[in-house]
Each structure stands twice: as structure tokens, then as C-alpha cells.
Design a protein around this ligand. Structure first.
Ligand code: APR
Length: 245
């Protein structure tokens, strides 16, 4: 039975929070059976990212890159949102000012029902036209479209690749949200990727009450108010009950 170390004042502060931002990483999906990137059996363990998730790799061998994403998409489509995803989607129905920023491309947050969702690394169930930028949904049950429905040009995965820059408008709205949050939840991320880690640090710097949920410690652990060591699928539902009971 998980017992939280919160004081009455902490609980009241979290319960009063009107603007809450969660930042999630691959760890929140590990209990759904989707390997993380850097943990045991992580995705990168079997592939060198440079071989696959880069514009150069796609230019060199688009079929190989599509094949890897088709394989990963199948894993994601067969996975189910876990109690961590479901709890964050429920939290959004309790607190209208709840925003979810995710590094994950696995589509489990939208499937769990999260609406106010910023997918900063893209979504594996979307393709993007190399020419006009049109986004299209990829139905895992059907053969994948190879050309844009608008201009018939080639498509690429709608994923942010290594060496590519973020969508600046998207990142700006993430920082704007996090900077005015009363409570931030940092869930299932190693904080190895600088932009999401910087978002968390900005929220902490601006005075948000901050909670990290991760079985392991990270570079953020000593910066947050509470670093709860455990699995997000177990801790998040209990945390929601503890705050709003
Ligand atoms: N609950 C919470 N956290 C967990 C769980 C769990 N059940 N299982 C593992 N974790 C934690 C690990 O301890 C680790 O700190 O999840 C974190 C996963 O870290 P990474 O694999 O580095 O994933 P992430 O932080 O999301 O970075 C991945 O980097 O490669 C880029 O763009 C890619 O979005 C991707 C990002």
C-alpha cells in the first residue's frame, strides 16, 4: 500500500490548484507493454537511433524507416492505455485547467481520453506530406497510404526526428502553460531530452508545486517538491484519490 509523504498543507495546495500541467515520457507507457527508450529492453537497445529516427535515414532508406515505424505502430495499436493514462484523462475532467504535455508518440493518451494534449514529439498514427505538410491519420487495420491525398507527394511519419527542430509555436504554448501552473506532474521521463526537462525546470522555477513519479531518480529528482519512486500506473490513481478524496 503506497503511503504519500504529504503534509495537510501540501494536500490543500494541490487540491486548490487550478492550473495543472503533466509532462509525461515513455515510462508512463511501459506498463502497457511499450518498451521505453533507455531502460532495459528499451527500443534504442535494438536499434541505433541514428539509423532510423533521422531525416538522413529517411532520405537514404524511406522503406526501412517506414518498416520500423509500422512495427512500432503495431505494438502501440495492440497496447492498451493503463491506469496512468486513464488517471490523467480523468484529472482533466476534474480540473478544467489541466494540460498534458507528452513526449510519447504512442497514441495512448488520446486513446485514454485526454483532450487538452500537446504531443511535442508527434504521433505514430499520423503521416505528414513532405511537400504540403498535410497530416493524415494512419489506420493500423488498413494498408498505409504512401502519398498525400491533397498533392499526391510522398508521406513521412509525423514524428520529430533527431536533428530536427521542434514546432516553435507548440513549444511556446507548452512553456506558457507550464509557467503559469500551480502544480506540475513529471511522469515517466528520464529527463534526458532537454526541452521537456527545461519545461519542468521552468515550472519549478516559477513556483509550481512539483511532483515526479518514476521508479528511478533523475536529474529532476532533487529539484521537485516530491519525487515519488514507483510505477505511474500504481501511483497516479492513488495520488488522484489522495488529493480529491
Ligand atoms: N512508471 C513511471 N516511470 C517509469 C516506469 C513506470 N512504470 N517504467 C520506467 N519508467 C521511467 C524510467 O525510469 C525512465 O526514467 O521512465 C523513464 C523513461 O525514460 P526514457 O526511456 O529516456 O524516455 P523519455 O524520458 O520519454 O525520453 C524519450 O527521447 O529518444 C527521445 O523522442 C524520444 O520521446 C522520446 C524521448
Amino acid at each position: 500500500m503506497y503511503s504519500f509523504p504529504f503534509s495537510a498543507n501540501d494536500l490543500s495546495r494541490m487540491k486548490q490548484a487550478k492550473k495543472i500541467t503533466a509532462i509525461t515520457g515513455a515510462g508512463i507507457s511501459s506498463e502497457s507493454g511499450i518498451p521505453t527508450f533507455r531502460g532495459e529492453g528499451g527500443l534504442w537497445k535494438n536499434y541505433r537511433a541514428e539509423d532510423l529516427a533521422t531525416p538522413q535515414a529517411f532520405a537514404k532508406d524511406p522503406d526501412l524507416v517506414w518498416e520500423w515505424y509500422d512495427w512500432r505502430r503495431k505494438i502501440c495499436a495492440e497496447a492498451q492505455p493503463n491506469q496512468g493514462h486513464i488517471t490523467l484523462a480523468k484529472w482533466e475532467t476534474i480540473v478544467p485547467g489541466f494540460t498534458l504535455i507528452t513526449q510519447n508518440v504512442d497514441g495512448l493518451h488520446p486513446r485514454a481520453g485526454s483532450k487538452n494534449l500537446l504531443q511535442i514529439h508527434g504521433n505514430i498514427f499520423k503521416a505528414r506530406c513532405l511537400n504540403c505538410g498535410n497530416l493524415s491519420e494512419i489506420d493500423p487495420e488498413k494498408p498505409r497510404e504512401v502519398s498525400c491525398s491533397l498533392c499526391f507527394s510522398k508521406l513521412r511519419p509525423h514524428i520529430l526526428w533527431f536533428g530536427e527542430s521542434y514546432d516553435q509555436d507548440l513549444i511556446a504554448s507548452c512553456f506558457e502553460t507550464i509557467s503559469s501552473s500551480d502544480l506540475i506532474l513529471i511522469v515517466g521521463t528520464s529527463a534526458n531530452v532537454s526541452v521537456p526537462a527545461d519545461m519542468a525546470k521552468e515550472g519549478i522555477r516559477k513556483g509550481a508545486f512539483s511532483i515526479e513519479i518514476n521508479p528511478e531518480r533523475t536529474s529532476l529528482s532533487e529539484l521537485v517538491d516530491y519525487s515519488l519512486q514507483g510505477k505511474s500506473g500504481e501511483i497516479l490513481p492513488k495520488l488522484l484519490d489522495e488529493i480529491y478524496k
